[in-house]
Design a protein around this ligand. Structure first.
Ligand code: ZN
Length: 248
């Protein structure tokens, strides 16, 4: 896991009814997978590195300006994290975007050599939609393969449509040789509080999001997979980070 900074927001953005009014720093991350043939897959790309110098870059002048404030140290940029692993952006062969929000696709622009996997429903929703800032991902230099539902990649990665956070959101099950299966939920589940308090009102379509999250939990139980939530600081502090990486 590559820790890529934090986003400062009210806790009800992720789990309404649990700690309303509390200002929270929610973590943003990406995941780097090396396949057995040595090719590299990145799951999500974090917030744009440009937020290190200008936290308000994306949302200045919009209703989200104070609601979502990126907090990034220089070492929280994807470029820096990859360099710590001696990986250059052009070494990334594939990218899976769970979805195209600014904190999950913010460095797609760096990865022109990769093939991107996105659900078609998400691509269509996000295109020319200011809620999914297009400058980071909707570029002629990037090549997207659009998926229609479940998919299996490289005999090791299963993609599950988990709509509710947005249309065509997808979660990613990765079979690891050492530790079994890991389920990267993306924003289908923000944090453990969503399950513990049955709190889904932070999602665009709470009813659909709840269905998707319950489906994911049952797939994870069946496969004895560890679930990694999208923005859970308590959980992320327990996970194995990429060598050299650290939290604030
Ligand atoms: Zn997110």
């Amino acid at each position: 896991m590559l820790p890529l900074g934090e986003c400062c927001c009210n806790y009800e953005v992720v789990a309404p009814g649990v700690r309303d009014g509390h200002r929270a720093h929610i973590p943003v991350s990406a995941f780097l997978i090396r396949l057995s043939d040595d090719s590299l897959v990145l799951v999500d790309t974090g917030m744009s590195r440009l937020h290190v110098a200008d936290p308000e870059l994306t949302w200045r002048g919009s209703p989200s300006e104070n609601a979502l404030v990126p907090t990034m140290r220089p070492e929280d940029s994807l470029l820096f994290r990859l360099a710590q692993l001696e990986v250059a952006p052009q070494d990334i062969d594939y990218v899976v975007n769970t979805h195209l929000h600014f904190d999950h696709a913010g460095n797609n622009d760096l990865l022109g050599g990769a093939k991107f996997f996105v659900q078609r429903a998400q691509y269509e929703q996000a295109k020319d939609n200011p809620s999914f800032p297009n400058q980071y991902w909707n570029l002629p230099s990037l090549s997207y393969e659009l998926l229609d539902g479940k998919a299996r990649l490289f005999d090791a990665i299963d993609l599950f449509p988990t709509p509710g956070h947005c249309e065509g959101h997808q979660s990613v099950a990765v079979d690891l040789s050492e530790t079994g299966t890991v389920m990267i939920c993306g924003d289908a589940v923000y944090c453990q509080d969503n399950y513990d308090h049955d709190s889904w009102g932070g999602q665009a379509d709470p009813v659909l999001a709840r269905e998707s999250a319950l489906m994911l939990a049952s797939v994870a139980a069946e496969r004895q997979a560890m679930m990694i939530y999208g923005h859970d600081i308590a959980q992320q502090r327990t996970l194995r980070l990429a060598p050299g990486a650290s939290y604030r």
